[in-house]
Design a binder for this molecule. Sequence first.
Ligand SMILES: [Zn+2]
Length: 273
Amino acid sequence: MLGSAVQIRLAAPFRPVSFKIHYMSRAIQWDKSKGRPEPIAALNKIPEFESGEPLVSMQEAAPTVRYFRPQAIMYCRKSVAEMIELAARSLPKGYYLGLIEAWRPIERQERIYSFWHDSAAEAFPQYSKAQLRRVACRWAAPTDQKAPPGHCTGAAVDVSLLDENNEPYDVTSPYVRFQGARTYTLGLTEQAHRNRMILVEAMLTQGFSNCRDEYWHYSYGDAGWAVRLDKPSCIYGLVRLEPELYAENERQWLEMFKDRTNPFMEQPKPTGS
Ligand SMILES: [Zn+2]
């Protein structure tokens, strides 16, 4: 039945024939009993008592973590850095924790949100404004809400599992790209499931909470963390960093981001050689 639902999408009359839409996680089964939903309304209700804890350089405070993406700005709250260092040290032999993203300026967050919104608008031209906003919010925190996006507070980190050569371990097969994003996606290969759980366990054991929609996203101390763990308040709000400290990371990020393809539209496979 799920397959036929996808077929309806594929047959949408607005699409160029060379593309087909895969509707990502909606067609893929996942375990809804694990983790907690974190609707924006719930995040906005969390009172914020900013602790004033500084952002620290992760290269200094979390030296075991691998910083393989030059566009990542390697700053986060001091406690978060200490926790991620312990998570990295706890991994089995041959596994390394790679940082995809940590603190993020609000401008970068706005660009990411717009990317998801515009991608959805292109893929689903029949959607209303409210539907497009819902899809965009599923993949990126909006910046116009009372609760600031987790990455902009220095509380959130996106992480991956790397091997000796900084190659990512498989945590998604048989799914591709964002299809298997939900942390408790069903139908992963045994290997992918095992690797994914190594990552999840290492982070949760140190006190991080996981966004159940994204196996790579963890936080401590922000509104998302409070909602997921039923805390009455959060300790980290919006925080800024001197722009000179991350100007080069932003330049590299913009360079990387301009080639990003629409995640809602599957690229046709190249034919021939
Ligand atoms: Zn994230």
